[in-house]
Design a protein around this ligand. Structure first.
Ligand code: ZN
Length: 142
């Protein structure tokens, strides 16, 4: 199990060090922000919701702790190409992982955040970017 724990931690460290989809995609037509004042994390998520109802571009800006930055980076890689409903379902699975520490059978990068459940104050760090993304898809096109 310690090997898996190391693997999960390396996912978080990797996304924190090399965030994916950083910045505003040129095609973005939706935006929302998230703030987590208890930790000092904040993020802005930009995305493009296409005519086919898929999130075909997504990016983020912001600053905060390693958990919030890594989680937002990983979120962008997971919801890209998904419909808003599919993104909601992914978030539900992710929230289950961070609140219970139990990951689904198939190992995905999202399971890297299972350890967060032992630190309830950090759950908001892990879900910040997801909240912003799900808020962004509900915004009127800009
Ligand atoms: Zn935080």
């Amino acid at each position: 199990m310690s090997d898996l724990t190391d693997l999960y931690q390396s996912v978080i460290l990797d996304h924190n060090k090399r965030p994916r989809n950083r910045g505003k995609p040129p095609t973005a037509n939706r935006v929302a922000t998230g703030d987590n004042p208890t930790c000092g994390d904040h993020c802005t998520v930009y995305l493009h919701l296409g005519d086919d109802n898929r999130i075909d571009a997504i990016g983020f800006e912001g600053a905060g702790c390693a958990i919030s930055q890594a989680s937002t980076s990983l979120m962008t890689t997971q919801v890209k190409g998904k419909t808003p409903a599919e993104a909601e379902a992914l978030y539900a699975a992710f929230k289950q992982i961070v609140t219970t520490g139990e990951a689904p059978d198939e190992i995905s990068d999202l399971a890297a955040f299972a350890g967060v459940h032992a630190f309830p104050a950090r759950i908001k760090c892990a879900t910040l970017g997801w909240h912003a993304a799900l808020e962004a898809v509900k915004q009127p096109p800009s």
